[in-house]
Design a protein around this ligand. Structure first.
Ligand SMILES: Nc1nc2c(ncn2[C@@H]2O[C@H](COP(=O)(O)OP(=O)(O)O)[C@@H](O)[C@H]2O)c(=O)[nH]1
Ligand SMILES: [Mg+2]
Length: 412
């Protein structure tokens, strides 16, 4: 892959944010030049083998999920975390059957789990991670909550890289690109604490019967503006370096995943920045973990060659995302009175009875959770956990199931 080198890098405390890098060619010829970096396919492949791709899903079309799953490179392990309805129609069972079929045909490694499985809640409680649970000791609704389940499973498999792709993508080829772009970012990084965030070249919309290749949405434009403002007021130098504040499509090293905190639902992505600014920036108060402080954290922002075409979820969804995103800004340690009043202006139509944006629930780092034990509890107790491994039997597999279903086990 041929990818542009970043023109500039902003350094904020221990956090390095690289400016946008464009993908120049998917397949390159091995010709380096001073403005770009040529990453051989073998290097990308080496990353893919140590990579888990998590697909969070809630009530999406099976057609879209099918395209997404079939386009994730074979070498990656895929972990689907579903919060789809179980009644009146059991959407989860349909997802599971479809994935099992893909596995049977391709032998790619898949793991599937349902977010509301009581045993997932039990496992978190058992491992002292109650911050993800509701009052019934079930995992709360929310994309971020699903992502954490997936990350623990990835860790239990010893994966070094964890990436996310949404299930509602209309263009399977773009999903393949996202994963390759993540891997390219990891090839360029110089620290074990790395995050790669994608920026769409275009997000096409239908406007008056024509496709309009839009570049920015309302939420991303606003979130980026404020994340840059936090940096600008903190350093005294204006910047526009952040362009991926709401990047649902992102990946990170397991080392970094272990030390991050996670904000609930859709606020998870902008909070990555806020958390890193607050805890690893120039005004950080506590110096833990020391290693990440010393070696530094790198953030790559890569512009995809493919456009991003996904389900439109409507105005209420957009407003919720905006509220969740700007709440992370409002409650950041870096936010001063000027930024607060600007945020309140932007949220004036959305705040309803609240005077200030309600603080998002923040979940603690997952580094302290015993991921092997988490997976073990699911393996032994969960009804929804399915492991579909490459051509091998798995622990406790029932012989008839193996013969009938060609190497998969439904733990029931
Ligand atoms: N596991 C899980 N996935 C979710 C949840 N809510 C949304 N998702 C999935 O997260 C992905 C992104 O959500 P989407 O609504 O498309 O948000 P947007 O693309 O950022 O506007 C999609 O694949 C959703 O199906 C949830 O509560 N749990
Ligand atoms: Mg979407």
């Amino acid at each position: 892959m041929l990818i542009e080198l970043p023109r500039r890098t902003e350094i904020y405390g221990s956090v390095k944010i690289h400016e946008l890098q464009r993908v120049l060619k998917f397949d390159s010829g091995g010709f380096d030049n001073p403005r770009s970096c040529d990453i051989p396919l073998e290097d990308i492949k080496r990353i893919l083998k140590r990579f888990a791709i998590i697909v969070p899903i809630k009530d999406e079309s099976l057609h879209l999920l099918d395209g997404v799953l079939r386009s994730i490179p074979f070498d990656c392990t895929v972990i689907v975390v579903s919060n789809s309805a179980r009644e009146p129609q059991d959407m989860y069972r349909m997802e599971k059957d479809m994935i099992t079929n893909i596995h049977t045909l391709t032998q790619q490694e898949f793991f599937i789990i349902h977010q509301k499985d009581p045993e997932v809640g039990f496992a978190f409680h058992n491992l002292n991670y109650d911050c993800i649970l509701d009052k019934y000791r079930l995992v709360r609704d929310g994309k971020s909550e699903g992502m954490i389940i997936g990350m623990l499973l990835a860790k239990s498999l010893g994966k070094e890289y964890i990436g996310f792709v949404d299930a509602d993508n209309y263009v399977p080829g773009s999903v393949r690109e996202y994963v390759m772009d993540y891997a390219a970012g990891f090839c360029m990084s110089k620290t074990p604490y790395t995050m790669v965030r994608l920026h769409w070249r275009y997000k096409p919309k239908v406007v008056e019967d024509r496709l309009y290749f839009k570049k920015w949405g309302r939420v991303s434009r606003t979130t980026n503006k404020y994340l840059n403002l936090l940096l600008s007021i903190s350093t005294g130098f204006e910047t526009g370096v952040v362009i991926t504040g709401n990047a649902g499509e992102h990946a990170l090293t397991t080392n970094l995943a272990d030390i991050m905190e996670y904000s609930t639902g859709y606020s998870v992505e902008p909070y990555h920045f806020v958390y890193l600014f607050d805890n690893f920036g120039m005004k950080a108060e506590k110096i833990i973990p020391v290693d990440a402080f010393n070696v530094g954290i790198e953030i790559f922002q890569i512009e995809t060659l493919n456009p991003h075409l996904h389900e439109e979820k409507g105005e209420e969804h957009i407003n919720n995302m905006l509220l969740g995103s700007l709440s992370t800004i409002y409650h950041s340690k870096l936010c001063d009175e000027y930024v607060m009043s600007e945020v309140l202006n932007d949220l004036v139509d959305i705040l309803h009875s609240w005077k200030i944006p309600p603080q998002n629930t923040i979940m603690a780092p997952i580094g302290g959770i015993d991921a092997a034990k988490f997976a073990d509890i699911l393996l032994n107790r969960s009804e929804t956990f399915v492991q579909l491994r490459q051509g091998s039997t798995v622990k406790g597999m029932i012989e008839e199931e193996y013969l009938d279903n060609n190497s998969f086990r439904v733990v029931q």
